[in-house]
Design a protein around this ligand. Sequence first.
Ligand SMILES: *[C@@H]1O[C@H](CO)[C@@H](O)[C@H](O)[C@H]1NC(C)=O
Length: 316
Amino acid sequence: MENTTSAQCTIAMTLYKIFFPLLLTVLFTTVSTTQAAPANSKLFREYIGAEGKGVTFSDVPISAKVEFHFILSFAIDYTSSSLPSPTNGNFKVYWDTENLTPSHVSSIKAQHPNVKVAMSLGGDTIQGQHVYFNPESINSWVRNAIDSLTEISRQYNLDGIDIDYEHFNADPDTFAECIGRLMFYLKQQNIVSFTSIAPYDDDSVQPHYLALWRKYGHLIDYVNFQFYAYDKGTNVSEFLKYFDTQSSNYNGGKILGSFGTDGSGGLSPQNGFFEACSKLQQQGKLHGIFIWSADDSKKDDFRYEKKSQNFLAYKK
Ligand SMILES: *[C@@H]1O[C@H](CO)[C@@H](O)[C@H](O)[C@H]1NC(C)=O
């Protein structure tokens, strides 16, 4: 009787050893398949807080039928003196800290389960001068960035980061290494759950983001391509051509359509932005829409935020 039991036990263990790895494989395959968000996802993202216009989360209309990301603008690794200078990865908060506080973040997330909040790193300027990506070394920049961003992320209970450096004092490979290692660590430690990048079509900018994409693209969830950095008066067919070019540059990436409410360039809603988005949706290529920025949209009562979310919620 005892012998039989131990023999059964041995057989059971052997079967377990053979099948357990298979089971794991099946589980992981299932997980990675379901993680791949479908094209035409209902993702709406908006930058907020860069322009000191007193805008807060609850000013912005939020549809329950979309996935909504606020992107706080910006955390910057610069000093806050009257002549700001680079701090080698020691980030500080430079968004509107009066109207976009940690308790504002918790309350908007509590009211809207579909809302997540991210912070964007870098940006164009600080006190009227360009913000440069300016690391002293890869290791020291990454160490400082991990420490400072972990603290900010926990303080504000954030969900993601966006990379929006637009000026560079380092080569593309250094940028790729610094940002790639930072994203890897923040995701691995569950400090953030998603990442995005915000490149635009410029010869001094794109090589940095393309180097990052080639080496660490698997860590980047969304590409907030700044289509509003193209010329004013861009028409639908030009926009669609740009979208295809960037989709092949960031091959396999989730590229979002975008426009600015600050009078910047690109394809405006008045000139057919939503018509272009319909075409992209028909082709299964649209991974969402983002707007720069809530600060600028306040004066028009967020009419295009409403329109964008309606579009994403109801269009097939
Ligand atoms: C869009 O602009 C391009 C370049 O200016 C022009 O050739 C094209 O005809 C325009 N398309 C439409 C539909 O207006």
